[in-house]
Design a protein around this ligand. Sequence first.
Ligand SMILES: NC(=O)c1ccc[n+]([C@@H]2O[C@H](COP(=O)([O-])OP(=O)(O)OC[C@H]3O[C@@H](n4cnc5c(N)ncnc54)[C@H](O)[C@@H]3O)[C@@H](O)[C@H]2O)c1
Ligand SMILES: O=C(O)C[C@H](O)C(=O)O
Length: 342
Amino acid sequence: MAALNRIQKIASHLDPPKLFKFKVAVLGAAGGIGQPLSMLLKMSPYISELSLYDVANTPGVAADVSHMSTAARVKGYLGPDQLPAALAGCHLVIIPAGVPRKPGMTRDDLFNINAGIVRTLAEAVAAHCPTAWVAIISNPVNSTVPIAAEVLQRAGVLNPARLFGVTTLDVVRAEAFIAEIVGADPRDVSVPVVGGHAGITILPLLSQARPALPASMTAEQRKALMVRIQDAGTEVVQAKAGAGSATLSMAYAAARFADSCLRAMSGEGPVNEYAYVRSSAVPGLPYFSSPLRLGRGGVEEIFPLGAVDAMEQENFEAMKAELLGSIKKGEEFAARGPAAAK
Ligand SMILES: NC(=O)c1ccc[n+]([C@@H]2O[C@H](COP(=O)([O-])OP(=O)(O)OC[C@H]3O[C@@H](n4cnc5c(N)ncnc54)[C@H](O)[C@@H]3O)[C@@H](O)[C@H]2O)c1
Ligand SMILES: O=C(O)C[C@H](O)C(=O)O
């Protein structure tokens, strides 16, 4: 919530920005997530240059966002020819490019289209801003992050401390749902959500929630809450009935994650976050979303998961095979090279 508070202050001109110094790119900026995310990023005091790239409609989005009376300079870039300029000098690249789910689809059903999109964009990052932090939103995150890692590694520029799958929306949802139950302000709720970003690989550690869940909650009620957090994306997909998946809450979550990255880059002390990163936290799972600390250079420390209860342990064991399968699928796709996208 620090992010939103900061944004609100800036929007109301109570605290004019002083720190605008980073170039941030949104790849997929004209989409359902990209547009509100671009708007929120335009309000960030950390951004001097906001680079909006898409294969369609960026001139209009950029013109629109650029009229906001905040400090960041906005430029739109349209199509692959303009991608190098969009990325040159970027400090942070946020990637929501790709197709969203329709009812009845899993995130993995998006793999065939989105894997190639993410690979192409990661190749461009490797070529034009190899030291940028990269935050991937495009689904299936459990596979797209390993794809990007392989691409960056093959280009000789992978820094695992700067490559993230954005799982902030899972944390945001867990905070919102728990706040409803305990009657708290969501800003005062904290709850770790670990694992990956699909179905049972999303593991909210409800036993570590603060404030604690009411002792009166039954095991069935706790399980139902866990499943609601795991299926919250599907809840939105079904409610939108064919018109896409979560966009507004995702834009909020991505803006919050971007704020954490930019605060860390600025050297504003240790910044604690959750993200899906290359990790040795769980033996046998080379990528995992964990609590972690960000510093100037990216991930500085990945924290252990802490104590889990029996329900969480059972889900943790159940998710491992699915998460590993998604990781391998991404790595194998990237290893097959460009022809695999066709
Ligand atoms: N990580 C998460 O928590 C999370 C949450 C919500 C959605 N998502 C995922 O985010 C992605 C985008 O969702 P959306 O609702 O914004 O979709 P959308 O269809 O509204 O927008 C996607 C945008 O990507 C653009 N695009 C397509 N190919 C591109 C390319 N090669 N380069 C640049 N841009 C390209 C499209 O033109 C479009 O503007 C989906 O894959 C969705 O599943 C992830
Ligand atoms: O559910 C989806 O397909 C989009 C996203 O991953 C979400 O969690 O909302």
